[in-house]
Design a protein around this ligand. Structure first.
Ligand SMILES: Cc1ncc(COP(=O)(O)O)c(C=O)c1O
Length: 448
């Protein structure tokens, strides 16, 4: 018997699966056409921060749509674009001074790479072009962003189409790439960047890109304190730009406006962020230091780049309304508080033999699943443990964001949780309860 699938003309992400029809969202809940309620325990793919169906955002959309929805960035600026940039710069480290708008995360990552390259050429360093990234990372699915991503499973099909770029070890304490225990760690994984720069030749390296807390490929890998401070020193020593990919972590998700605030490190560029408009419209941006803007203005004079929908006033006005809503309701502080509570509750899952690690920062938490807790051996990916547990939770009305490949690019299972910042303690209890029951049921079914 073949599984039930959607019989319409949409090319779905997974055409072998059945997707319920979502018709309405309110707060942390989504409702389907059958009236079933789902708790949005992952904000989709770590997108929804202020919750679904907020009336103030609809008002802002309607107001701007009544004025003008689209202007092209080569022809006009608009008040929403100016005001949103002011607000973002106010939220960013003091060295940041300019905002370049985009409509997707992969597009924003590739824009950062191109901007870094043009800056290097325009300031008289034309030999600098390489961008170093890390294994166990995700920066997007377009070919340039995928080339930087360190996820073998996602890269495998497209390998012949991608340019080769250097990758270094991740900062993954649960599976330390250097086989060290925390007491013996001297942040060797950060020094791996220096080695790579020296091997590649500092004159050829334009930038280093990393997620502050790794999301999609490993389930909220929080770096140890000292890691990003060392990375910043290494970048400075070799005149390499530091690009921080805050697509998942930015705009409050880790309990700070930007995750790098946790370590007091200021990058050269911030790629920002799914949560910028909380899913109400596709808008991302690059926030950059004034030197970069000045370098390009005084060099070529024109950033040789551009996308049709970037800087559109409708998206800018929606993002502005979201930022104001976050501030008015003090939701970033709330995210920090609720995040501590979520992480504490998740510790209870360690009673299951297949839960190897729980970790997180703010409302950005991961549960790593292992076949054997003592050896940390991952499950055979063919078992699809992450999907089995994620699907069981979905049936029970909890949306999570399962992923894999953290252990070696192919093996390794995790469940990512990232609910909207408005979630209440009793809802966190229910969310963890559903996940707990789902893990228990799958273990029983597999006799684990
Ligand atoms: C850290 C990071 N960078 C980039 C991207 C790509 O964003 P998009 O899916 O909007 O292209 C993602 C998506 O999950 C991400 O997590």
């Amino acid at each position: 018997m073949t599984a039930k699938t959607n019989q319409d003309h949409v090319f779905y992400r997974n055409p072998t699966r059945f997707y319920p029809t979502a018709v309405r969202g309110e707060g942390i809940y989504i409702y389907d056409s059958e009236g079933k309620q789902y708790m949005d325990g992952s904000g989709g793919a770590v997108v929804v921060s202020i919750g679904h169906g907020v009336p103030e955002i609809r008002e802002a959309m309607l107001k701007q749509a009544g004025l003008i929805s689209f202007t092209h960035g080569s022809q006009f600026t608009t008040e929403p674009a100016i005001e949103l940039a002011d607000e973002l710069i106010r939220m960013s480290p003091p060295e940041m001074n300019r905002v370049y708008y985009l409509s997707g995360g992969s597009e924003a990552v590739e824009t950062a790479v191109k901007m870094a390259r043009q800056y290097q050429v325009d300031r008289g360093r034309p030999s600098k072009y390489k961008v170093i990234s890390r294994w166990t990372s995700y920066h997007g699915n377009t070919l340039g962003a995928l080339a930087l991503s360190g996820h073998t499973g996602r890269r495998k099909y497209y390998q012949p189409l991608m340019m080769h770029t250097p990758h270094i070890a991740p900062c993954y304490c649960y599976r330390c790439p250097f086989g060290l225990e925390p007491e013996r760690c001297a942040v060797e994984c950060a020094d791996d960047l220096e080695k790579a720069i020296l091997y590649e030749g500092p004159d050829s390296v334009s930038a280093f890109i990393a997620e502050p807390v790794v999301g999609a490929t490993a389930g909220a890998l929080v770096p140890r304190d000292g890691y990003f401070q060392r990375i910043r020193e290494i970048c400075d020593r070799h005149d390499v730009l530091l690009i921080i990919d805050e697509v998942m972590t930015g705009v409050g998700r880790t309990g700070r406006r930007f995750a790098m605030e946790h370590w007091n490190v200021s990058p050269d560029m911030i790629v920002c962020a799914k949560g910028l408009a909380s899913g109400y419209t596709p808008i991302y941006c690059l926030i950059v230091r004034e030197e970069i803007h000045r370098g390009i203005r005084e060099g070529n004079g024109n950033f040789v780049h551009g996308h049709t929908y970037s800087q559109n006033p409708l998206s800018c006005s929606i993002a502005l309304a979201v930022l104001r809503y976050l501030e008015k309701h003090d939701l970033v502080a709330r995210c920090a508080d609720m995040g501590r509570y979520l992480l504490e509750k998740l510790q209870g899952l360690l009673r299951h033999g297949i839960v190897g690690d729980v970790r997180g920062l703010g409302l950005f938490c991961g549960v790593e699943l292992v076949k054997d807790r003592a050896s940390k051996e991952p499950f055979d990916p063919k078992m699809r443990m992450n999907a089995l547990i994620g699907n069981r939770a979905f049936e029970k009305g909890l949306i999570t964001y399962p992923g894999g490949g953290g252990a070696d690019g192919v093996r390794g299972d995790h469940i990512l949780l990232a609910p909207p910042f408005i979630i209440k303690k009793e809802e966190i209890d229910r969310m963890v309860g559903i996940l707990d029951a789902s893990i228990g049921e799958i273990m029983k079914g597999k006799s684990l």
